[in-house]
Design a protein around this ligand. Structure first.
Ligand SMILES: [Zn+2]
Length: 435
């Protein structure tokens, strides 16, 4: 058995923003990067070698703001067999596999329905289903609110500092990796006003104090400036959305000074304002268009102020997180800055930057090899065929290189979209449930 892997001849983007190194050899042993070498040394006989000439090696992507379980399940048509709630677990597993396939090796889930995501996290950690590293907030800690009813099963509502402390402790008990709070309402819930602060200063201070004392980080949903200001002043670790921050340069300066992270989640504003399939209520649509503008101004202002930014897709489908990276570039980041936001920036938001998010000796070997140069063409990160190899904890785990494709015989090439074999009794719904 090989002692490790030599990845040779790559253009290396290490995730820190340093200029690319080429050609680089990256040595992986025991799940970690142990050495980076530019002398084109020969691979020892007891190491496997993967030749990456013409390809770019970078850290695996880190999405700091996902909701893995927030997808729409297909609905059975009238008369068809109902889709049991338990089927959702398989869709969650498929979404996680899809994320890994697209080079996403770590995610921070900032709100899920019930404990479904915690169960999936367990299965991934047991090595039974492929997926990124998952950090979960358990339930979102929120004041009693319309959102608590709208997003049924996702929130733990609490009022007053003592209840907030208990709600925070309940998340530790549940196995949360960090705490998520709602400092303002959510624009995606018609009954909520996202302008005023929804939690009091005392409530916020209590959650932050409790979490930090116990060694947990706090992520804060922030839309309106009042809640955002309280979050910054009371010491939360990451600002989620934070779209109005361009109006308060002093808060951006404070985030930059203290090394805290803004996760702008541009994609969620696109998602609502583009309103594909006409699914969003009119009022929410108009609001999203205004917020879209503000979010872009905030990305520019935060960049100028030197605030650390992280990629957070906050949208569906699972696996398309790099769309946020591309959108951040279109909003003014250079491709290198976009890649840093999608790797080391994301890892900083997650609190795991000492282990993942950059390629350096001692770091976990969570790596992505792409066909081409993402500095010239960030969009290639969205192209499945060019996600050549994904390495998770030192193991080749996914990617085009691992998929044996017989030219001309793949499902796409042959135009096979419907399984021609009917289910034994009756007609299958699409996609068919048996073959
Ligand atoms: Zn979100």
């Amino acid at each position: 058995m090989a002692h490790g892997i030599h990845l040779t001849g790559a253009r290396l983007i290490d995730g820190t923003g340093a200029p690319p190194l080429e050609p680089a050899t990256v040595v992986i042993e025991q799940g970690r990067v142990t050495r980076i070498d530019t002398s084109a040394e020969r691979t020892p006989a007891d190491f496997a070698q993967i030749d990456l000439a013409g390809k770019t090696l970078m850290p695996g992507l880190v999405d700091a703001h996902v909701h893995v379980t927030n997808f729409d399940m297909p609905r059975a048509m009238k008369g068809q067999e109902a889709i049991a709630p338990e089927v959702k677990h398989h869709f969650i597993a498929a979404g996680l596999r899809r994320m890994l396939r697209m080079g996403i090796t770590s995610v921070r889930d900032v709100g899920a329905f019930g404990d479904d995501l915690l169960h999936a996290r367990r299965a991934v950690r047991l090595g039974e289903i492929p997926g990124p590293r998952i950090l979960s907030c358990g339930r979102i800690v929120s004041a009693t609110s319309a959102g608590g009813r709208h997003f049924d099963g996702m929130y733990r509502e609490a009022d007053g500092p003592d209840e907030m402390r208990k709600a925070t402790r309940e998340q530790f008990r549940r196995g949360a990796d960090f705490i998520k709070i709602m400092t303002t309402g959510a624009r995606t819930c018609e009954l909520e006003n996202s302008s005023p602060a929804q939690m009091t200063r005392a409530e916020m201070a209590t959650v932050v104090e409790e979490a930090h004392r116990m060694g947990y980080r706090v992520a804060a949903h922030c839309e309106g400036l009042d809640g955002t200001r309280l979050a910054v002043e009371e010491g939360v670790d990451t600002i989620e959305h934070g779209l109005e921050l361009h109006r308060a340069p002093e808060l951006l300066d404070e985030l930059a000074r203290s090394g805290r992270v803004l996760v702008p989640t541009l994609s969620c504003f696109f998602d609502v304002s583009e309103n594909r399939d006409g699914r969003w209520a009119d009022g929410l649509l108009e609001l999203a268009k205004r917020q879209h503008e503000e979010a872009h101004r905030t990305v520019e202002a935060a960049r100028r102020a030197g605030v650390r930014l992280a990629m957070g897709f906050d949208s569906q489908p699972n696996g398309m997180s790099a769309l946020e990276l591309v959108r951040m570039c279109r909003a003014g980041l250079t491709p290198m800055e976009g890649i840093v936001a999608g790797t080391a920036g994301g890892a900083t938001a997650c609190g795991i930057v000492a282990h993942v998010g950059s390629v350096a000796p001692g770091m976990a070997a969570d790596l992505l090899v792409v066909d081409g140069d993402p500095l010239a063409e960030p969009e290639l990160l969205l192209d499945e065929a060019r996600i050549w190899l994904v390495i998770r904890s030192g193991r080749p785990a996914a990617g085009a290189a691992l998929e044996a494709r017989l030219p001309g015989l793949g499902a796409d090439e042959a135009g096979v979209t419907v399984d021609p074999v009917p289910a034994p009794a009756g007609r299958p719904i699409s996609p068919p449930d048996r073959s």
